[in-house]
Design a protein around this ligand. Structure first.
Ligand code: SAH
Length: 346
């Protein structure tokens, strides 16, 4: 395992194996996870021989920024990072009144196949290591010079399809020896892998769970999300209820509105029937059209009518503010356009 993915205890063991004193672990951990170094040579209180050993035998995972786009509309920044093997991932930095939020990717590509999503068009390439998820945040902190207070795992990939690495990432980013970000300021978004939702509930986490619902019936959901063929909506909702019982955390349901597909009043009524009585919040996302698919964004009127209907039934609902639309805001679009531009050049 790479050093940046290790807990403090594991790092201690690694250093003891090298014949080092245990106290070095805390020092090095702080350099990596608090001072956010890019290179071991920046560690001024570590002996040169140890720095040499680490550089040679435990290369530090650091993402290389290859493109940074800043929205002229709202200051949102999109980052494209290159991984050690040449793969590219994207992350988004958003400035809100309550602090800076970063949306990270959990996989290169995705194998869930949601019809409207750009990240999944070429399937899954590979899982990200915990260090590669951490370094999206570390690199953005270094590059913007600003602290990150909120994290959403809503970029490319299905976090629960890379469950163990995501759990380790959460442990490291919320740990008091690292950036110590509050669990309550983190959201994990899933397309609904039922056994993993239940497993996550049992960890006693305080992280927010966001479920990508997108349709109120199995039939409609199956048209948009292949995963709905595997898990029935009833089981997905039951798993969400279980998550709430175990954690006490209010649930978020994401619902991307697609014109003529899932945005009429009947569907709003069905959605109300499905989630009424749950302690939840619905986030309506006007679908961000991708050129590979024919899906269109719902009209302003349809979006408002949908929202009003939910509100009348006393369901908490917000329309997601569109951030950075001018810079390929939707999941995976920027990476895709970058990777295909590069291929054209070759
Ligand atoms: N795999 C996770 C994270 C995906 S991205 C999940 O499925 O939840 C976060 C959210 O953006 C998901 O709800 C996803 O369905 C949605 N999304 C992806 N592409 C979109 C697009 N083009 N327009 C609107 N929402 C989109």
């Amino acid at each position: 395992m790479d050093l940046k993915s290790m807990t403090l205890t594991e790092l201690k063991e690694e250093l003891i194996k090298k014949g080092q004193k245990a106290f070095r672990a805390k020092q090095i951990y702080e350099w990596i996870h608090v001072k956010l170094i890019r290179d071991y040579s920046e560690m001024t209180n570590i002996p040169a021989t140890l720095i040499e050993d680490l550089t040679k035998n435990n290369p530090l995972v650091t993402l290389k920024p290859v493109e940074i786009l800043t929205s002229q509309i709202d200051g949102t920044k999109k980052f494209l990072f290159e991984l050690y093997d040449g793969n590219i991932v994207e992350s988004v930095w958003m400035k809100y009144q309550h602090g800076n939020s970063v949306c990270i990717s959990s996989q290169v590509g995705c194998r869930m196949g949601c019809r409207f999503c750009a990240s999944t068009l070429d399937g899954l390439v590979r899982n990200l290591e915990p260090s590669e998820m951490l370094d999206q945040i570390y690199a953005i902190t270094r590059l913007t010079g600003e602290k990150v207070s909120n994290i959403v795992i809503m970029g490319s990939g299905e976090p629960f399809d890379n469950y163990d690495n995501v759990i380790r990432f959460l442990q490291l980013i919320t740990g008091e020896d690292g950036l110590n970000i509050s669990q309550r300021n983190i959201t994990v978004s899933t397309c609904g892998l039922v056994p993993k939702i239940r497993e996550f509930a049992e960890t006693g986490t305080q992280v927010t769970l966001a479920l990508s619902l997108h349709a109120p019936t199995d039939e409609k959901r199956q048209k948009l999300m292949p995963i709905a063929n595997k898990y029935a909506l009833k089981d997905v909702i039951d798993a969400c209820k279980y998550f709430f019982e175990k954690t006490g955390r209010r649930l978020t349901f994401e619902y991307s509105l697609v014109a003529g597909v899932n945005d009429n009043e009947k569907e709003a009524d069905e959605l109300i029937g499905l989630i009424k009585g749950l302690n939840c919040h619905v986030n309506l996302i006007p679908v961000n059209p991708i050129k590979e698919r024919e899906y269109k964004e719902s009209s302003k009127a349809a979006i408002l009518a949908f929202k009003n209907k939910l509100e009348k039934n006393r369901i908490n609902v917000t329309i997601r503010r569109e951030m950075g639309r001018d810079i390929n805001g939707a999941c995976g679009q920027l990476r895709r356009s970058f990777v295909s531009k590069k291929t054209e050049k070759l």
